[in-house]
Design a protein around this ligand. Sequence first.
Ligand SMILES: C[S@@+](CC[C@H](N)C(=O)[O-])C[C@H]1O[C@@H](n2cnc3c(N)ncnc32)[C@H](O)[C@@H]1O
Length: 204
Amino acid sequence: MVIAGTEGYTESADSLIARYESVSFAEKYESVFHLMPEKTSDVLDIGAGTGADAAWFAAAGHRVLAVEPTDRLRDSAKAIHPSPLIEWVADSLPDLRKLISLGQSFDLVLLTAVWMHLAQQERHKAMPNVAALLKADGVLLMSLRHGPVPENRRMFQVSVDETILLAEREGLRNTLNIEVQSAQLINRQAGVTWSWLAFSKSYA
Ligand SMILES: C[S@@+](CC[C@H](N)C(=O)[O-])C[C@H]1O[C@@H](n2cnc3c(N)ncnc32)[C@H](O)[C@@H]1O
């Protein structure tokens, strides 16, 4: 059974792995780089793909829990970016059942290029689970894709307003909302843009 949201990823894994690995962390996170933790942190990367981001955090000394439901991507990620600081879990939104059963919480939760794979009902179900994984002063950072949907992929046009509303319902405060061009040339040429949203659990 294909996990909702992951449609097309196994079939296109070879080309996607090459594409994801070709974009540097600095390029991809250029506009939100100031939000990266300075002190050693617990980072949760949901929909971690080929593990390139997880590897950047691990190289900076952070502990990373990387959640990836697509077996092909997760297996490749472990091979490309082996690190004792990265733990991989096969789990998926909206329930994140295995992850929640671990009882851990995180300083930074990343949802980079993942949320638009969830249908509205799934997004409503997922946000409380994601918010509950943040530490008291934790930060949630997510990107939403806008523009044409690639063939064979399950994607929805997700609004910034809906996302902020869902997060605020869970007690999260929106601290950043910007729209940027895609870091991937092929997406830029197709007119894809991204919204970066950050949320803080603390009101201090
Ligand atoms: C566009 S890729 C982004 C990968 C990585 N975050 C990055 O920025 O390179 C989307 C990822 O979300 C994962 N994904 C799709 N549906 C998901 C779900 N229901 N729960 C968790 N991850 C999902 C896919 O398997 C894929 O690895």
